[in-house]
Design a protein around this ligand. Sequence first.
Ligand code: ADP
Ligand code: MG
Length: 705
Amino acid sequence: MPPEDLAQQSIITLKGIGPSLAAKFAKLGVSSLQDLLFHLPLRYQDRTRITPIGALFPGQEAVIEGEVLTADVAFGRRRSLVCRLQDASGIITLRFYHFSAAQKQNFITGTRLRCFGESRRGASGLEMYHPEYRPVDHTGDEALDDRLTAVYPSTEGLSQLSWRKFIAQLFVQLPDSNASGIKEWLPAQCLAEQLKVSLMDALRYLHHPPPNARLDQLSEGKHPYQRRLAFEELLAHHLSLLQLRESVRSLQAPVLSPDPAANKQLLTALGFSLTRAQQRVWAEIATDLQKNNPMLRLLQGDVGSGKTAVAALAALQAISNGFQVAIMAPTEILAEQHLQAFQEWFEPLNISVDWLTGRIKGKKRQAVLEKLLSGQTRLLIGTHALFQDDIHYHQLALVIIDEQHRFGVHQRLALREKGVSQSSSTHQQGEQVPHQLIMTATPIPRTLAMSAYADLDISVIDELPPGRTPVNTVLIENSRRSQVVERVRNACQQGCQAYWVCTLIEESEVLQCQAAEACEQELSAALPELNIGLVHGRMKGAEKAEVMAAFHRAELDLLIATTVIEVGVNVPNASLMIIENPERLGLAQLHQLRGRVGRGSRASYCVLLYSSPLSMQGKERLSVMRETNDGFVIAEKDLQLRGPGEVLGSRQTGLIQFKIADLQRDADLLGAVHQAAETLFSQYPSHIEPLIQRWIPAREIYGNA
Ligand code: ADP
Ligand code: MG
């Protein structure tokens, strides 16, 4: 077959794959022969050798061979078929919880069996649960595999055997020579010396590693062939983000010129002067807004660094030019807080501010929509409700998204569709789209940011407003809980306010809320003289807002909360925070939480109330919190200790799913990846599309602009 066509040929051309099987493969993004070739193993099994039973260690997957001693049904807590197997070096138990009467016939004493499975420590020493097994003859020369066995990511109805079979079939059909395998889109000049291996060699090796392959290296993803492919995959993702950026930049956006008089008024209303860092990023944004292509800018700044004021200046620049602005926050609490701040700043300037959340319904919602469409509302603040299908702006010129880490690339893109003149989702020539400012308090280390957000320009506020005292962080073991409760009592009696944050590992919101409720009961009993409030994720928006408002007005001394207060909440009089089970949270999240205190002039404290015993890593992580208040240092550490998925919050957003690359493990490749991307753009633009298609299934390609 002509090798260049692998990307065009359907897997149906393989023997044994018909439409129904093809549909199953398609679920995993595999429809062409090339897709199949790039469906890379998750891990490997070694079925190339027999391991003596006596040499097995728990957790090891291995082939063993021995003779059946006994086979009986054991009646423990659960009935199981138990077979004792012996070789010259030892004895192991094979255990089957699901078995048929007939199966017992396979285990007649003296039968020689070859098994593959994972050994583990069981009730009777080493055991294998549900191993694969088959009888073999006594000559002992039955063939073993001559390659390591790949284990593929799969889905219901697609067995490992089918993956192995079809991939093997494909390799048999492929010509052996490198030149005619699969197209190399990477010019040699883009690859560092140690990465100069042919794509075909790498694929062949990784699907069928030889018995002498280093399993340890392979399972860590550090084999040179894996690095070769990871490089290409990182490049494909980077290119796709850059392409997205290009396509957005090529659209039109309203030119927004600054209005010095209005700016001056707003700066006066703010009541403080901007820090140098705020001035710098504000200048970057103001420049972007004056261009006739849409701004796509990520504004990073630690909690409390004053992003809101910068957002207000940006909003004003759009509004003074007669346009509308939308500000989106991830929670109602935050949206409401922005509403208060912006009303205070903008209403004296005769700018009408409105808000919309999922909670506003019926006639009220209708009224909001009408004022928005007529253009009377200049600034709309809210949650993602701002971008539902039936919401139409009069002339939207700027979208501001607060706390970006909760929004993924796809959500960013959806916003663009609310164009200035939003007639359709495909942008016509001359049609305008809004500028976008995305704000995050999660500091992202630079290399990572350049890869994960290659479609954005980045501004950083790297300075806190003056007069902040760093939060003193202490680690206290839960056995000294009563002392901590006393501390809360004293602080509140002296006029401070305090947060008590309950955390649970469980993703379940129900359990989290129950824990918070139990905590409230405990603390109300212990601290009867304090006014105590509770917020958690299962309360109605209005209830939550009411409690937050009461805390804000200092009617509550102590606020018990789940991590819903994580981002952005601003109560300067709160100067003490207790975080329960901090060992269960990521550092970035702890830092966010801690940022709720230390916003006023008073010395602030954060008590990390941990449960013993802490792992080594747990200790190390919590001491980072004690040692520094710098969000970037914390982010770097978090990246080191937990990996980029956690730092970027990809679990929530489905940020980037790689087949083989790993942003953290392969971070050393990123510099070269960025360079290669430039080379391709300038010298080999025609290679870009096929590279992206090879690595990113069509439905995932960011944006189809
Ligand atoms: P974040 O970046 O976390 O969103 P905010 O914008 O909420 O931070 O600002 C935190 C607090 O700092 C607010 O009370 C805000 O009014 C105040 N603030 C912002 N900029 C300055 C400044 N330049 N000088 C003094 N206070 C400031
Ligand atoms: Mg904020």
